[in-house]
Ligand binder design. Sequence first.
Ligand code: DAH
Length: 346
Amino acid sequence: MPPTTLNDFQSSAAALDRAASDAFASAGSADTLEKARAEFLGRTSGRLLDLQRLVPTFEGAERGSAGRAFNELKTSLEARLDARRIELESTARASRSDVDLTMPARRQFRGAEHPVTLVIEEIVAIFREIGFTVATGPEAETEWYNFTALNFPPEHPAMDLHDTMYVAEDVVLRTHTSPVQIRSLQAGPPPIRVVIPGNVYRLDPFDASHAPMFAQIEGLAVDEGVSFVDLKATLTHFAQRFFGATRTRFRPSYFPFTEPSAEMDVECRLCKGAGCAACKGTGWMEILGSGMVHPNVLDAAGVDSEKFTGWAFGMGPARIALQRYGIPDIRVLYDSDVRFLEGLAR
Ligand code: DAH
């Protein structure tokens, strides 16, 4: 090893630094990088080793400087080597094709609309065709909207704690969608033609035909000169559209908010009127309550009952869904068993 000056040593170190850095940076694969590593940092014959062998040829303070310069160079080249190795690995990983484009897609879970939702949409669509719009209202109502304005006498049993869910002294979970009649009447002067879908709550236990929460659709038509003929004609039209050519009948009934009141039946779909278990042997299926809006209701809502008349109805789409889809127990509609709901998907 020829003796050398510290200056020569330092410029050799700088030259080696550049050469090694270039070699690492231009290595395009793990193999070429490994060759560059062996050339410069190889333990038995690398070019850095040649430089290291010069260190002991210096004396005293110069040996210390040469040693430090060598150590710095070695550390920095090792760091560059590692960084380039990581870089090459990550580009290799990104371009490697792990994706098998021929693999069959995983089966997607497809949601389906609930049978009650389907029935509500269908009913609402039929009323839209004949000029009704859709209104909604809050599910927590004051006693006034839910009962008083609808002409319930103050001590009516429906207001009892046993039938109605109270959320505060004067606030109930609405027991029907009829309070939205009042809200619709208050919203603006007649003519009014609205259908009102929504959930209602009663203190009923779950059984085959009852649920503590269920959907209703309310209807309201108020204008000058509206009569019972409009009620019958419109509801019969609805039944024909929804159930197909079918017989209907109206039976007298009672509701505090209508006078006169009527319930509408359609011929049982299952037995065609012969009488079966589903219609309890009558051949008829009750689908809604209805009547001429009581003048007290119009007055409570601030509508002149001398000038305007109207009719209203309320029906339960869950019951209608049972009929339509041949479901024997209303609880099935609330079980959220997707195997059942999937079977109904359109
Ligand atoms: N609100 C009644 C109920 O929940 C249903 C009803 C009957 C609504 C007659 C009406 C109606 O609008 O006219 O039992």
